[in-house]
Write a new protein. Structure first.
Ligand code: UDP
Length: 328
C-alpha cells in the first residue's frame, strides 16, 4: 500500500487519482487545512482509497497510520509552499515542513518502511547562477520555504547513510494544469499562482502582473511551466525506480523551456477567447528574473520526459476553473 501525505491537495490528489486508475490501494493522510474534503469524495469514486485525517505534527497521528495499514512506500506531498508567507512566518514553515517530516520519517523507521518520494522544489537553488539549472547548481535558498525543503533533502541523505532509507527528491519548477476530465484541479485559497490568477480575472477583478522591468526578452519573469500530469508521471517513475532497488537520488522536474509572464498571459487570452483585464504592478519580493530547469538527468535515469505544452496546461486549468466555479 502506498501512503500519500497531502493527497487532498493539488499535486497529491492528481498523483492519487493516477494510482487509483492503475488499481493501486492507497492511504491518503491529510490535515485538510489546505486540502479539500470534496477532493477526497471525488477520488473515492475512482478506486480503493482510504482517507485518514490527521496532522504530521502529531507523531501519534502518523504512527497510527503505519500501525493500521501495511505501508510499502510513502509519497510525501504535505507541506506549506508559499514563498512570501515563509519569509514572514518562518516558524510555520520549519515546524510544518521539517519537524512534521521528521515525525513521518520517525514512523517510517519504526515500521521498517524504507522508500520515500519527496516533493522538493527549484527554490532550493536560490538565485540562479546559470540557466538552465541542473542538479549540480549550488544550493543557496533565499527564503524559508526553500530552506525547509533543502533541510529535508539533507536529512534524507543522512537517513540513507545511517538507516538505509532510500529517497527520490523531485525538485518541481512551476506546476500547472489539471486533470483532463476536470475531475480535480488546482484549488488554493487564497490563490497566488500565475495561471489560475489570470484565469480568474474578469471585469473589475484585474490580473496583477508583478513587474515588467526585468532583464528578460519582454521585461517579465521567465518560468518553466511543467504540466501536472507529466509531473505525476515522474512520481510514478520515481516509485518504480525505488521499487527496483534504485539508490537515493534527486531530479529537476521542468520542461527545460522558459515562458515569460506576458507569454503566459497571451496564451490564456488565446485559450479562453476573451480579453482579460490586466494591471502592471511593482515587482513581487523574492522573484528571480529567470528559472528554467535542465531536465536531462530525469530522462537519463528515470526515463522521464514531459510531453504536454504550456497551452495544454492552460486549457485544462481553464476547463477546471469553469467546472469548479459552478460545481464546488
Ligand atoms: N505572477 C504575477 N501575478 C500573479 C501571480 C504570479 O505576475 O498574480 C508572476 C510572478 O511574479 C512570477 C510568475 O508569475 O514571476 C510565476 O509566479 P507563481 O506564483 O505562479 O510561481 P513561482 O514562480 O513564484 O513559484
Amino acid at each position: 500500500m502506498i501512503l500519500i501525505t497531502g493527497g487532498a491537495g493539488y499535486i497529491g490528489s492528481h498523483f492519487a487519482l493516477k494510482m487509483l486508475e492503475t488499481g493501486e490501494d492507497i492511504v491518503i493522510f491529510d490535515s485538510l487545512e489546505l486540502g479539500h474534503s470534496e477532493i477526497i469524495e471525488i477520488l473515492k469514486k475512482y478506486g480503493n482509497v482510504k482517507f485518514i485525517q490527521g496532522n504530521l505534527k502529531n507523531l501519534e497521528d502518523i504512527r497510527g497510520v503505519f500501525l493500521m495499514n501495511k505501508i510499502d512506500s510513502v509519497v510525501h506531498f504535505a507541506a506549506y509552499s508559499q514563498v512570501a508567507e515563509s519569509v514572514k512566518n518562518p516558524q510555520k514553515y520549519y515546524y510544518n515542513n521539517v519537524y512534521a517530516t521528521l515525525n513521518l520519517l520517525n514512523a517510517m523507521l519504526e515500521f521498517g518502511v524504507n522508500k520515500i518520494v519527496f516533493s522538493s522544489t527549484s527554490a532550493i537553488y536560490g538565485e540562479p547562477e546559470y540557466i538552465p539549472i541542473d542538479e549540480k547548481h549550488s544550493q543557496n535558498p533565499i527564503n524559508a520555504y526553500g530552506n525547509s525543503k533543502l533541510m529535508v533533502e539533507r536529512i534524507l541523505d543522512d537517513y540513507d547513510k545511517a538507516y538505509g532509507l532510500k529517497s527520490v527528491r523531485l525538485r518541481y519548477f512551476n506546476v500547472a494544469g489539471a486533470d483532463l476530465k476536470s475531475r480535480i484541479g488546482e484549488w488554493h485559497e487564497p490563490e497566488t499562482h500565475l495561471i489560475p490568477n489570470i484565469l480568474k480575472s474578469s471585469g473589475e477583478k484585474t490580473f496583477k502582473m508583478f513587474g515588467d522591468d526585468y532583464d528578460t526578452k519582454d521585461g517579465t519573469c521567465v518560468r518553466d511551466y511543467i504540466n501536472i500530469l507529466d509531473l505525476v508521471d515522474a512520481h510514478v517513475k520515481a516509485l518504480e525506480y525505488l521499487n527496483n532497488g534504485g539508490d537515493t537520488n534527486y531530479f529537476n522536474l521542468g520542461t527545460s523551456e522558459g515562458n515569460t509572464v506576458k507569454e503566459v498571459f497571451n496564451s490564456c487570452e488565446e485559450v479562453t477567447g476573451r480579453e482579460i483585464p490586466i494591471e502592471i504592478c511593482p515587482r513581487r519580493a523574492g522573484d528571480p528574473a529567470k528559472l528554467v530547469a535542465d531536465n536531462k538527468k530525469a530522462w537519463q535515469i528515470l526515463g522521464w520526459k514531459p510531453e504536454k505544452s504550456l497551452k495544454d496546461s492552460i486549457q485544462s486549468a481553464s476547463d477546471w476553473e469553469i467546472y469548479r466555479a459552478s460545481n464546488l
